[in-house]
Design a protein around this ligand. Sequence first.
Ligand SMILES: O=C(O)CCC(=O)C(=O)O
Length: 338
Amino acid sequence: MDTKVLSSGIRYSNLPESYVRPESERPRLSEVAECENIPVIDLGCEDRSHIVHQIYLACMYYGFFQVINHGVSQEAVERMLQVAQDFFGLPVEEKLKLYSDDPSKTVRLSTSFNFNKEKVHNWRDYLRLHCYPLDKYVPEWPSNPPSFKEIVSHYCAEVRELGYRLQELISESLGLEKDYIKNVLGEQGQHMAVNYYPPCPEPELTYGLPGHTDPNALTILLQELQVAGLQVLKDGRWVAVNPHPNAFVINIGDQLQALSNGRYKSVWHRAVVNADKARMSVASFLCPYDHALISPAKPLTEDGYGAVYRDFTYAEYYSKFWSRNLDQEHCLELFENK
Ligand SMILES: O=C(O)CCC(=O)C(=O)O
């Protein structure tokens, strides 16, 4: 391939060899179920205990759900998607100024997942940004498109509020104090992955992102309405999470699985690609403070089985996560008490 990124304007007629998964690892798209009953939780509902109960059911039985009436303005969402599209539409030379394979960089355009570590690549480009505190990171962000910084910082602030609200509801759904999760996670980091999946000549042979869990605490995913691609592992089967109008997809990350002592699962999910249309998604990740000590909540360990996971700091976890390939074992398994 001639350029480092896929979003170069070149339309491939065959999938390059380095993207082809071995037969046993392919997505088997015809076997994917359409899930009709993925929880959609209305955060505008006036009965808080009803919302908390719905969150409890969704986290226990799915590990993910969608939210509507979430408080993030429609305008912020639409502008975010538009500026993301404008960014990936820039000339490749302009985008390549931000290219890096180094996961420790706080702003970078990259491709696949961990390009230098993985055996087979993924049909994705992504722009990864650190987003909190905004005044620290925004100056490093792309200044092309010119409105990028203003639009994305506005979006990040609104999404962060939603994340806090969800963490309170999730704490309550575990029978913990409303502020429990926020207190444990400390001054939370916020990262964003703007994902761009170009049309793929042979979608049956590869992934946009293979199955993985998220290493952070909570993920708030915006998917564009027109093109589906997100799939979640439910009861051993991959199911499609088709975009719901005005909704965000929320998934529990590895840190909340640990903190809940394994009651709530950080769900395996993946993105598949399609032959006709490019797809975009914007994932916002709330991450514990680097030195936050992650430990199963005491009240959740008093059932005779004790703590499923040993204590660790988020910094320790994060460096383990990025030292691996994406689709290996669940990274949290490496932190289980044996
Ligand atoms: O594009 C998607 O639907 C999934 C994105 C995702 O899982 C990620 O960015 O970690």
